[in-house]
Write a protein that binds this ligand. Structure first.
Ligand code: NAP
Ligand code: ZN
Ligand code: ZN
Length: 351
């Protein structure tokens, strides 16, 4: 075991503060990573504050991790000391069930091991995430980082990136399709970039008209303000696909109305109950689909990073020190982030 410094929430109501803990020494298949940058996901905030009623404390959040490998186990073949490496939302899974076998470890039949707010496979050791100096992870759950990308802006790809890339690929979004990305935050801004790179006609569907210019700069072809009833009415029945990143339960009917025959809306944001609302006629009328999607498997995560390397895609970030994390959470709650906070982990030494 070795000592690590991090930032943790001790309960749902306490702000994040310095916290010392221990990590295991790397086993034969593990790598030890010196964390350089960690993105701040809205899920960090949800979990630190127990919004999903499943939080385990103390909690060291952070699942958008980029760093340099400092030690590798004897059987590690994929990495060597000095390599850039990235870790996302999970650090292990059963590895033998059908989903794991298919490279869909996030849907592991026994539940994947979350990077934080979870238990290791022993069922008792709490996992601690990326708001910390170092992390130890089995090589299967570590991705390679394309060297041509700005490493600070790569961190958010490990959650915001893969969570939007995976459904866009699974539902085969591409040229000739009109695709709406609902919510311009960390996930949404990556959704716009990916949908554009995949060749779709991209519409930013937002509650914030003031983000319109940014949406166009990020690659959207059009902006649709969801609070503008007239504009929503005009857009009815015109979308092939919607990726909904709204972070809270809400009435999805206005969005469903945007879909055309056989259109699909994939929810990635709202993990809590959606507002009770009659869906039947809205779905049945146009043979529509409502689906959900959870991050992405390790093979697809690597595919996404390689795609980003090829198309020069990274996140638009605002860098913060770890001491500013509580303020960053408050700003995220007010939709005041353009479009992902990333923590410079060097700031931890002074904190
Ligand atoms: P974020 O940066 O806070 O962005 C969310 C955006 O949603 C906001 O910028 C806002 O965009 C819009 N929004 C906020 N409140 C809204 C409301 N009441 N009604 C309509 N739109 C609203 O959050 P994020 O990091 O992108 O995360 C989004 C959600 O995805 C979170 O709930 C997170 O936990 C979840 N998540 C899921 C997965 C998964 O695997 N499924 C992975 C990562 C995160 P506009 O101003 O443009 O309206
Ligand atoms: Zn996340
Ligand atoms: Zn499994």
């Amino acid at each position: 075991m070795f000592k690590v410094k991090g930032f943790a929430a001790q309960s749902a109501t306490t702000p994040l503060a310095p916290f010392n803990f221990e990590r295991r020494d790397p086993g034969p298949h593990d790598v030890q990573i010196d964390i350089l940058y960690c993105g701040v996901c809205h899920s960090d905030l949800h979990q630190a504050r127990d919004d999903w009623s499943n939080s385990l404390y103390p909690m060291v959040p952070g699942h958008e991790i980029v760093g340099r490998i400092v030690r590798v186990g004897a059987h590690v073949t994929k990495f060597k000391a000095g390599d850039l490496a990235a870790v996302g939302c999970m650090v292990d899974s059963c590895r033998v069930c059908e989903p794991c076998d298919a490279g869909l470890e996030q849907y592991c039949a026994e539940g994947c091991t979350l990077t934080y707010n979870g238990y290791a496979r022993d069922g008792t050791t709490l996992t601690f995430g990326g708001y910390s100096e170092q992390i130890v992870v089995g090589q299967r759950f570590v991705a390679k980082v394309p060297e041509n990308l700005d490493v600070k802006a790569v961190a958010p790809l490990l959650c915001a990136g893969i969570t939007t890339y995976s459904p866009l690929r699974h539902w085969k979004v591409g040229p000739g399709q009109k695709v709406g990305i609902v919510g311009l935050g960390g996930l949404g801004h990556m959704g716009v970039k990916f949908a554009k790179a995949l060749g779709a006609h991209v519409v930013m569907v937002t509650t914030s008209p003031e983000k319109g210019k940014d949406a166009l700069r990020l690659g959207a072809d059009e902006v649709l303000v969801s609070r503008d009833a007239e504009a929503m009415k005009k857009a009815r029945g015109s979308f092939d696909f919607l990726l909904n990143t709204v972070p809270v339960g809400h009435d999805i009917n206005p969005y469903l109305g945007l879909l055309k025959l056989d259109g699909a809306m994939v929810l990635v944001g709202a993990l809590t109950a959606l507002e009770p609302a009659p869906l039947g006629v809205n779905l049945i009328g146009g043979r529509k689909t409502v689906a959900g999607s959870l991050i992405g498997g390790m093979a697809e995560t690597q595919e996404m990073l390689d795609f980003c390397g090829k198309h020069n895609i990274v996140s638009d970030i605002e860098m913060i020190g770890i001491g500013e994390i509580n303020e960053a959470y408050e700003r995220m709650l007010k939709n005041d982030v353009r479009y992902r906070f990333v923590i410079d982990m060097a700031s931890l030494k002074a904190a």
